[in-house]
Design a protein around this ligand. Structure first.
Ligand SMILES: [Zn+2]
Length: 365
């Protein structure tokens, strides 16, 4: 009798432990998007690093992701960004709207409505298609000034990237940086100026358009800006008592892949891997943090064949071949780390990522 009661107690305890493990709170969501990062980009980094461990390899789960848009099997960053931000397919070039023109709510806007602090950190013009999909609504990605006008009222706590002229040199002569000041933002023009900033709202647009590429001297801007944004979000999050939502884009993987430039791709992938390491470290020290590393689409159709076709030989060197100077229809990788990482399927659609994030925001935060 005593034994069966003891067993029953252990089974009960075990079950409740399992239950607790099954439904941990997902407090913070960090979404890292490698623009143009196809299936061969991570392998190319591993190869260039002589198979020294990369941060990507720390991921606990990996998936393949379909990226087709509403009107094209080969997506662009606008339709793919909208899918990742809002969970709906739309036409290429469309930002934050359905193909019929209805307004979509991004997970960032949704998180904000729940009272969660948020951040966007990119190495491109902040009005570019991927980041724009998280805060703007536009029929065409080229509507740069229209897209910019959405940002000052977005409520996003931390904004780091490029694209200053979309805010200061406009057809309507309005200086949108003043609008940020009116809305309580600290406006800075270099990352060094963030040194004393520990909380609150801050915008730093560090280039007129895109920041330089890694090979042209961008340095550690993206990893440093990511770390700073995390520090500020952590403080804001403690104040609000809510978790945060953050999107960081490795924007220029796409540019170097359009250029079919292996050296440039290596530089941008190494940079994005550093960002991934920072996010994974944060998840390690802050339980309840989910990190998603994904791509909007593949760019370049890169392959890495041996220099010699005789595969019976030993090492014969490898080369980088490109099937395209544009985007492709291939599936892209997605990596997951931290709380909730095991919620994602193995072969999924880009909209599934956003839908799952929405579900986690609704049920677990
Ligand atoms: Zn592209």
């Amino acid at each position: 009798m005593l034994l069966s009661m003891t067993i029953a107690f252990f089974v009960f305890t075990l079950n409740s432990c399992n239950k607790a493990e099954e439904t941990p709170k997902v407090k913070n969501i960090i979404m890292l998007i490698g623009d143009g990062m196809g299936p061969t980009h991570i392998p190319s980094l591993m190869l260039e690093e002589q198979y020294a461990p990369t941060n990507f390899e720390r991921a606990k789960r990996a998936s393949f992701v379909t990226t087709y848009s509403h009107n094209n099997r080969v997506t662009d960053s606008a339709a793919a960004g909208t899918a990742l931000a809002c969970g709906e397919k739309t036409d290429n070039s469309v930002i934050g709207l359905t193909a019929e023109g209805d307004t979509l709510i991004s997970n960032l806007a949704f998180a904000k409505a729940l009272g969660m602090p948020s951040a966007i950190v990119v190495s491109c013009d902040i009005t570019h298609a991927t980041p724009a999909s998280f805060y703007a609504h536009a029929k065409h990605r080229n509507e740069r000034e229209n897209i910019a006008a959405w940002l000052p009222n977005s409520g996003i706590d931390v904004i780091f990237g490029g694209g200053l002229t979309a805010f200061t040199n406009r057809g309507d002569s309005i200086n949108l940086m003043n609008k940020f000041k009116e809305n309580g933002y600290l406006v800075i023009d270099s990352l060094q100026q963030t040194e004393g900033i520990t909380e609150g709202k801050v915008i730093g647009l560090f280039a007129d358009e895109h920041l330089p590429s890694i090979v042209n001297g961008r340095g550690d801007m993206l990893p440093q800006a990511t770390q700073k944004a995390l520090d500020i979000l952590t403080a804001n999050s403690e104040k609000s008592g809510k978790g945060f939502f953050m999107m960081v884009e490795g924007s220029q993987i796409d540019f170097e892949s359009h250029a079919n430039n292996p050296k440039g791709i290596y530089g941008e992938m190494k940079d994005f891997d550093k960002v991934t390491g920072i996010a994974f470290d944060y998840a390690d020290s802050h339980p309840g943090t989910l990190v998603i590393v994904c791509a909007d689409h593949d760019t370049g159709g890169m392959s890495i064949p041996s220099c010699k076709t005789d595969f019976t030989l030993g090492e014969s060197g490898v080369e980088y071949n490109f099937g395209s100077t544009s985007h492709t229809a291939t599936m892209t990788p997605a990596l997951f780390y931290g709380t909730g990482a095991d919620e994602f399927g193995a072969i999924i659609d880009n909209t599934d990522i956003a839908k799952k994030v929405r579900e986690l925001l609704l049920t677990r935060n």
